[in-house]
Design a protein around this ligand. Structure first.
Ligand code: BTN
Length: 241
């Protein structure tokens, strides 16, 4: 059951990072959504930077919980990615989730999600869910190969305000694992599994109800968590498989 929460919404023309700003407000103990029209030091996963030019949506949602078990943390990832997918679908696009929570359209990344939780014992006290959604924003040439925005994917531009309003609404909806799984793609495909510095070819099998990724490596199936592994979809003849 979703507890009724009140939200402080803060909007900026420019911030270094909505994520860092939201985290800097954690001590206040208030639920908060921070939005910026552009970021100058956007943060991605694994310490990467995140391009954040004008025309995209950059938001961080700081939520406090009273009774949320850390072992259910995957629900936060699943919920955020599902809400982004439902938003994109409402604007006529066909999104796919690349486990655990990257959102792709036409084989290119359209949205990145960064989740940072604060634990208190076995419970999550607060989460900061950062979402960067490419709407009409441009990218550097290097990113053009792997990223897409809604404008290019749909062949028309969108009102960032309309997309943002829809996303904020969808982020308030409670999501089931079933709905998340309905957007998960790439199962059955060959992939390069990345364990830190180690890369192992395998095949993606399925994602289970608790968010574990089942893969086949050397003929054996194995369950992996998002903390252990990421993957790249392989092309035959590339990456050694
Ligand atoms: C990733 O795909 O690597 C995750 C990217 C997350 C980017 C968002 S944009 C809003 C929020 N502020 C940040 O600095 N990062 C997240």
């Amino acid at each position: 059951m979703n507890e009724e929460k009140t939200w402080i919404i803060e909007r900026f023309d420019e911030l270094e990072s909505t994520q860092d700003y939201a985290k800097s407000k954690r001590d206040l103990g208030e639920n908060r959504i921070v939005l910026a029209r552009r970021q100058t030091k956007g943060k991605g996963t694994k310490g990467r930077s995140f391009e954040s030019d004008m025309g995209g949506i950059y938001l961080s949602k700081l939520t406090f919980y009273t009774d949320f078990l850390a072992k259910k943390a995957f629900q936060i990832m699943a919920s955020a990615a599902t809400s982004v997918c439902v938003t994109l679908r409402r604007f006529g696009l066909k999104p796919t989730i690349k486990w655990p929570n990257d959102v792709f359209v036409n084989g290119k990344k359209i949205c990145g999600i960064l989740i940072e939780n604060t634990l208190s014992g076995e419970k999550i006290r607060a989460s900061v869910v950062g979402i960067g959604l490419n709407v009409n924003n441009g990218f550097s040439p290097a990113l053009n190969e792997i990223a897409v925005n809604m404008q290019t994917a749909a062949g028309k531009s969108f009102s960032v305000e309309d997309v943002e309003a829809c996303l904020l609404e969808e982020l308030c909806v409670e999501r089931s694992m079933e709905e998340y799984l309905s957007f998960v793609g790439y199962m059955g495909e060959k992939a390069l599994l990345i364990f830190g510095d180690e890369r192992i070819p395998g095949r993606l099998l399925s994602v289970d109800d608790s968010g574990g990724l089942w893969v086949e490596i050397n003929g054996k199936s194995r369950r992996l968590t998002a903390a252990e592994v990421s993957f790249r979809i392989g092309k035959i003849g590339k990456d050694g498989f």
